[in-house]
Design a binder for this molecule. Structure first.
Ligand code: OGA
Ligand code: NI
Length: 360
């Protein structure tokens, strides 16, 4: 690969400024090839990913406990995605987190530019994923930051304009709550895979797991049929907890050859399996491709919280899930190595985890 990860290959253009310029035509760099455009196989029917009340798992009704486990198991196998409600995270905190970030994106450009990111760590305010020169870009800006491990958490790289928004405090509180929810979901996934409840978490490095946040900002787009807010991808990390916009749909999940538009339930989190859990589960669970469509009337804000393995330990299928009938599908690889792919090439469907398969 020619490019390195020091600098962007081209000057960065903020999608928000394109949107605000009032042009009726989007630059050709954002125009997707016809097969990738949103009209292609988009499903706007009533289909939706499962909505699951996880409080049932914590009550004393054994039937309800099993039933809840089962629903999550089916959702993981059939969709790789589900929405959780009654998850214990304060609804008020969810709203405050989203609105604090909305305020950040509404700050004048000069104030946001202070946090402009580079492909070296991606931390900060960004407008592209991948460093391929001349790549077709997505219609979104974002902010990326590390929450854990604590040696990567750097408040200097978090937005800090307390006069304008209270991002730091809110992110700290939000991160703490989401780590707790993710830990609970890890146990449930582990049990559903027939493993001890701590097995997946241990494979993540126990208490040394990582967590980061990507806040996506999808500005209004004058030609939403020609582009995507975020191209098809699977999440490279362990598990994602997405807080979608409460007003505007946009996330689409692949189901066979169709793209199902998720209808967010009120104060739900959208949970999905990432590539690292696909690998650890020896593909019993699969990370599922998803993408984001944009529209001409409304901007959209979403918070993607990524719960990841410790980044320098080898990730490979857990022993219990490797059998003579189902040999290990993946050679060991650290998450640090793994995430270089998306950092260099940008979102590319499931091509990375597919290419990892051990030769058989
Ligand atoms: C992501 C993602 C979906 C959304 O950030 O990885 O898939 O709805 N976001 O913004
Ligand atoms: Ni994603």
């Amino acid at each position: 690969m020619m490019s390195n990860l020091q600098e962007w290959p081209e000057p960065i253009v903020r999608v928000q400024s394109l949107s605000e310029s009032g042009q009726h035509v989007i630059p050709s760099r954002y125009v997707k090839p016809p097969t990738e455009r949103p009209s292609k196989n988009s499903d706007f029917s009533d289909a939706n990913i499962p909505i699951i009340d996880i409080s049932g798992f914590y009550g004393d009704d054994d039937n309800l406990r099993l039933n809840t486990l089962n629903k999550i198991s089916m959702a993981c196998r059939e969709w790789g995605f589900f929405q959780v409600v009654n998850h214990g995270v304060s609804h008020d905190l969810m709203d405050r987190a989203r609105e604090a970030w909305r305020q950040f994106f509404h700050l004048p450009l000069e104030l946001k530019q202070v946090y402009a990111n580079s492909p070296k760590t991606y931390e900060g305010y960004g407008s592209r994923l991948g460093v391929d020169k001349g790549a077709i870009l997505d219609w979104s800006d974002y902010y990326f930051l590390h929450y854990l491990p604590s040696n990567l958490k750097n408040y200097n790289k978090w937005p800090g304009q307390p006069d304008y928004c209270r991002c730091r405090e809110v992110i700290d509180e939000y991160g703490k709550e989401l780590v707790r929810l993710a830990g609970r979901l890890m146990k449930i996934l582990s049990l559903n895979l027939g493993l001890g409840e701590d097995c997946l978490q241990n494979a993540f490095g126990g208490e040394h797991f990582g967590a980061c946040l990507r806040v996506n900002f999808y500005p209004k787009c004058p030609q939403p049929d020609l582009t995507l807010g975020l191209s098809s991808h699977s999440d490279p990390g362990g598990m994602t907890l997405l807080l979608p916009d409460d007003q505007v749909a946009g996330l689409q999940v692949r189901k066979g050859d169709n793209w199902i538009t998720v209808k967010p339930a009120k104060h739900a989190f959208i949970v999905n399996i990432g590539d690292q859990i696909q690998v650890l589960s020896n593909a019993n669970y699969k990370s599922v491709e998803h993408r984001v469509i944009v529209n001409s009337d409304m901007e959209r804000v979403s918070l993607a919280f990524f719960y990841n393995p410790k980044s320098d330990i080898p990730i490979e299928p857990v022993k219990e899930l490797v059998t003579p009938d189902k040999p290990s599908l993946y050679p060991p690889m650290t998450f640090d190595e793994y995430r270089l792919f998306i950092r260099l090439r940008g979102p590319k469907g499931k091509s990375q985890v597919e290419s990892l398969k051990s030769p058989r």
